[in-house]
Design a protein around this ligand. Structure first.
Ligand SMILES: Cc1cc2nc3c(=O)[nH]c(=O)nc-3n(C[C@H](O)[C@H](O)[C@H](O)COP(=O)(O)O)c2cc1C
Length: 193
């Protein structure tokens, strides 16, 4: 984050550093760093400790596997994401294992795991970019996802490319606190800010 994206209040450095990169350096990501990213995801909180997230990972070291994953992204995302040396596809399990009942917070928990990964990446000098723009059915058929699982997002991972030309150089928009933190009535400012 640069001066164009100041925070109003102090936050962790990794929160300031994280941004969704469109440019990636032509450089592989070391296995140890990928281990740390998935370790960070692994330790996310989840309802009933279900850990409903699943990840499919592909690196450019294995071109066939990489192309297979890249082909599951929406075309618009393939354009820039193919510069990333690592692609991850995400999926979730929609029922709790302990009683087979629906897990209405499975996506929430995937989001927590992805956020952990994003902040760990920032700490390691990596950039990531999450994508909703994937072909969900293609992920299901390409990787034979079992019943009860859906394909959800993709994540491009790498080292920063030309960050001056990247999202870092643009003023990133955020809502004002009173637009999303409410007090004793819906949409009423909390008075905290
Ligand atoms: C779940 C999710 C899905 C997203 N989908 C896409 C996408 O398909 N294509 C894209 O270019 N960016 C996508 N983004 C990136 C957002 O546009 C980006 O996070 C947002 O503009 C805020 O910018 P920042 O991440 O740099 O703070 C997605 C982000 C998230 C968290």
């Amino acid at each position: 984050m640069n001066d164009l994206n100041p925070t109003n209040y102090p936050v962790l450095d990794v929160i300031k550093q994280r941004y969704s990169a469109y440019q990636f350096a032509d450089k592989p990501v070391e296995a140890e760093k990928l281990h740390s990213l998935f370790e960070a995801a692994r330790w996310a909180a989840s309802s009933f400790n279900e850990q409903p997230w699943r990840f499919i990972v592909a690196t450019k070291d294995n071109p066939a596997a990489y192309e297979k994953a890249l082909g599951c992204l929406a075309e618009a995302n393939q354009g820039w994401a193919q510069a990333a040396p690592v692609l991850v596809l995400t999926a979730v399990k929609h029922t709790f294992t302990y009683n087979d009942s629906p897990n209405r917070v499975a996506l929430h928990d995937l989001g927590q795991a992805a956020a952990n990964m994003a902040l760990q990446a920032a700490d390691l000098g990596l950039v990531i970019h999450q994508m909703a723009g994937i072909e969900q059915d293609k992920v299901v058929s390409t990787y034979n996802l079992p019943d009860g699982f859906t394909a959800e997002t993709a994540i491009a991972i790498g080292y920063p490319g030309d960050s001056l030309n990247d999202a870092e150089s643009k003023a990133r928009q955020r809502k004002a606190f009173d637009e999303f933190v409410f007090g004793d009535k819906w949409a009423k400012a909390s008075g905290l800010f």
